[in-house]
Design a protein around this ligand. Structure first.
Ligand code: CU1
Ligand code: CU1
Length: 295
């Protein structure tokens, strides 16, 4: 059983092993296959009930790929709500080892097209979509605009613990019409993915809001380009696990009648796990062999 920990709670050696594994996976090409699969999944794996199970498998496949390169690595999570008071100052973006541990590098450099020039992934090249194909960015680089991307303007600008708690209290997993609509019965999936807003909110929230706030390469369907994607989705998966624990009698919905690929026993597309369905990942501890240190 792999135990996923808060990235801030990793030991120095756990952190350096994780970062080395991610960089090694990038170097041998496997990392970019995850970017490709998420890009191919596109709209078919978002805005619908399969959002949670699809990403659950996807990041587990990623975690197993890391382990094949560096034994014993587990995927940490970024509990972003805990950094909501001042997200740009979060330790996650630290660029100077004199000020504390360096995790995944900091904000992009506006003088260099907002390319990340700090941390362990500073030399990376992201893949960008061009005519339906993915090609390496030229000049090379990974782009971040922490809270600065034009698309991330609007209030609130960062997802909060109050929003997380409100989402976790919704007792229904998903509801017809199984999409991103505002007039559906409030559901945990629609709210936590970030489409369903409260009257006081503008724009996308929660999961979506983190993509918008990080900006740059976290915006399009190639968002796994930035390793923060996996830390973010590890946390999103943890929130689903917590919701499951809080509502043990609430089923995954729909069992049938939803969009193709999103019913309980439908095959999930663009994964490498054969026969993966929502049903087969609900008990993630038994069937996928990982757990979280704290739900
Ligand atoms: Cu996604
Ligand atoms: Cu996401």
């Amino acid at each position: 059983m792999d135990i996923r920990k808060n990235i801030y709670h990793l030991s120095d050696s756990e952190l350096s092993s994780f970062l080395a594994a991610v960089d090694a996976l990038k170097g041998e090409g496997g990392y970019d296959e995850f970017v490709e699969r998420h890009f191919r999944g596109g709209h078919a794996i978002h805005r619908a009930p399969g959002f949670f199970p699809w990403h659950r498998y996807f990041i587990r496949e990623f975690e197993l790929s890391l382990q094949s390169l560096v034994g014993g690595v587990a995927l940490p999570y970024w509990d972003w709500a805990a950094d909501a008071a001042n997200p740009a100052a979060a330790p996650l973006w630290n660029t100077d080892s004199a000020l504390g541990r360096v995790y995944i590098g900091g904000d992009g450099d506006p003088a260099n097209g907002d390319r990340v020039n700090s941390g362990p992934f500073a030399h990376w090249t992201a893949l960008i979509a061009q005519g339906g194909q993915l090609v390496p960015r030229t000049p090379a680089g990974l782009i971040r605009r922490l809270g600065r991307d034009p698309i991330s303007t609007g209030a609130p600008r960062f997802s909060t613990q109050a929003q997380v708690d409100q989402a976790l209290n919704i007792g229904t997993y998903d509801s017809a019409p199984w999409d991103a609509s505002q007039d559906a019965t409030p559901s945990f999936r629609n709210r936590t993915e970030g489409w369903l807003r409260r009257p006081s909110e503008a724009g996308s929230q929660l999961h979506n809001r983190i993509h918008l706030w990080v900006g740059g390469d976290m915006l399009p369907h190639t968002s796994p380009n930035d390793p923060v994607f996996f830390l973010h989705h590890s946390n999103v998966d943890r929130l689903w696990a917590k919701w499951q624990a809080l509502h043990p009698a609430a089923p995954y919905l729909p069992s049938s009648g939803g969009p193709t690929g999103h019913n309980l026993n439908d095959p999930l597309p663009h994964l490498t796990t054969s026969g993966a369905t929502a049903a087969s990942c609900l008990d993630y501890e038994s069937n996928l062999n990982y757990a979280y240190d704290i739900l």
